[in-house]
Design a protein around this ligand. Structure first.
Ligand code: NAI
Length: 468
């Protein structure tokens, strides 16, 4: 069977690449060994975790802020199996959506394990046991994503020592959850179980949470999580995780800077120390496809590896491991293959942590600007001064806009607060158009909205906010 494009891996990078290529008239095959399309994101990542984040947030609100709003539902009762069923149904409807989109775009799907046997040739050992399907393609895209990174000597059994995959499928609320890693996964899934009643302790190697995000935002966000019941052990290196049958798991750690070791017991341990690019079984060694020191496929500006006709996108190449980055690369590569000249602005990729409150970032942080020696002005506005936030009881957090001191061009924005993940995009669009903080401040924002806090932060860059 012969194709213009064979996509290996149907996560957000691969399936979007397949659809865009089909829209542009290419004949496309898409292979995945999972048995459903959508990759980590739809099956065990972004989508199921957001279903649980939403449900657990409402559970928490029903027990706390509802009363202040004049709604007395008594003491809310958790029905964990029903919450999990909601999550599973959400996953199912999303992955089925991709089946529909593949049909609509006349993309041939294959469920099985793919090996690139030679440039232009892929063998798929089909999941249904019916044998091996050989495919030929003018272009092959590796979109196989990433897998959980583990620490040496730790065995993840997905029951008491879990990765994110096990942490979205626990059958009861652990009394004590110990999270290793204060990154995005640790804080999101830690939030889910904290809201449902677990005592959550996060052990982090660095002396701060959310590495890479704006320092001031991270510091304030840590305080908010502590108010919610999180305990943090920062600057600590985990040295061992010892399960004990049906009993608690012992986690040992010691100060990263050296010092006395400590041990904590937990009912469940979540290992959330990052992800690694996943290329197992593709046959890349035999083909001589180059990889970098982190195991990522090395690609040129057109996503092509050193072997002509073999391309790679998403988590398996350099850059943030984010679904939306992978999607944009999928679109860009399809357009390149169709002869167009797309471009991704890697400086303007939003990052969002879907906790309550949310954390969102675009562009550069204050730390990055300082390190680059760029002079900037910062404007900040707290949600306590936003009318809508008061009405919603979501006054925690602030918006910060960073603009070039000379040109006023917006260089970054950082938000911690309810709805931050949606609010950040007006700054993303502004930055795509090279806008200034004055442009943002002079744009009429509807009242009463949380987005007025973004406008006020832009006004604050010029020291003239109205409401503080
Ligand atoms: P991460 O890279 O965000 O955080 C891992 C954390 O573990 C870091 O803070 C690191 O310093 C810490 N760590 C590493 N080794 C340690 C040790 N021995 N002891 C204690 N702490 C240690 O990785 P995470 O949270 O696992 O997420 C994986 C990937 O998935 C990331 O690239 C993330 O961006 C992505 N993701 C994105 C989401 C979103 O955009 N909302 C949601 C979930 C995942």
């Amino acid at each position: 069977m012969s194709y213009d494009l064979i996509v290996i891996g149907t996560g957000p990078g691969g399936y979007v690449c397949a659809i865009r290529a089909a829209q542009l008239g290419l004949k496309v095959a898409a292979i995945d060994k999972r048995g459903t399309h959508g990759g980590t994101c739809l099956n065990v990542g972004c989508i199921p975790s957001k279903a649980l984040l939403h449900a657990s947030e409402l559970f928490e609100e029903a027990g706390h802020s509802f009363k202040k709003l004049g709604i007395d539902v008594g003491t809310p009762k958790l029905d964990l199996p029903a919450m999990m069923a909601h999550k599973d149904a959400t996953v199912k409807s999303n992955v089925q959506g991709i089946d529909f989109l593949f049909k609509k775009n006349k993309i041939d799907p294959f469920f099985g394990s793919a090996t690139i046997t030679a440039p232009g040739k892929v063998d798929v050992v089909l999941n249904d046991g019916s044998g091996t399907q050989s495919l030929e393609g003018k272009a092959i895209v590796i979109a196989t994503g990433s897998d959980v990174a583990n620490l040496p000597g730790i065995t993840i059994d997905e029951k008491t020592v879990v990765s994110s995959t096990g942490a979205i499928a626990l059958d009861k609320v652990p009394e004590r959850l110990l999270v290793i890693g204060a990154g995005v996964i640790g804080l999101e899934l830690g939030s889910v179980w904290s809201r449902l009643g677990a005592k959550v302790t996060v052990v982090e190697y660095l002396d701060r949470i959310l590495p890479g995000m704006d320092g001031e935002v991270a510091k304030q966000f840590q305080r908010m999580l502590e108010k919610q019941g999180f305990a943090f052990k920062l600057g600590q290196k985990v040295t061992g995780v010892t399960p004990n049958g049906a009993g608690p798991v012992a986690v040992s750690f010691e100060p990263a800077a050296g010092g006395a070791a400590e041990t904590l017991e937990a009912d469940v341990v979540l290992v959330a120390v990052g992800r690694r690019p996943y290329t197992d079984g593709l046959g890349l060694e035999a083909l001589g496809v180059e990889r970098d020191t982190k195991g990522r496929v090395a690609v040129d500006a057109h996503y092509q590896s050193n072997v002509p006709g073999i391309y790679a996108i998403g988590d398996v190449i350099v850059g943030p491991m984010l679904a939306h980055k992978a999607e944009d690369e999928g679109v860009a590569l399809a357009e390149i293959l169709a002869g167009q000249k797309p471009h991704i602005n890697y400086g303007i990729i939003p990052g969002v942590v879907y906790t309550m409150p949310e954390v969102a970032a675009i562009g550069q942080t204050e730390e990055e600007l300082k390190a680059a020696g760029i002079e900037y002005r910062a404007g900040k506005f707290p949600f306590t001064a936003n009318g809508r936030a008061k009405a919603n009881l979501t006054t925690e957090g602030f918006v910060k806009v960073l603009a070039d001191a000379k040109t006023d061009r917006v260089l970054g924005a950082h938000i911690v607060g309810a709805g931050a993940g949606d609010l950040i995009h007006e700054v993303a669009v502004l930055m795509e158009f090279g806008g200034s903080s004055e442009d943002l401040a002079r744009t009429c924002h509807a009242h009463p909205t949380l987005s007025e806090a973004v406008k006020e932060a832009a006004l604050a860059v010029d020291k003239r906010p109205i409401h503080i």
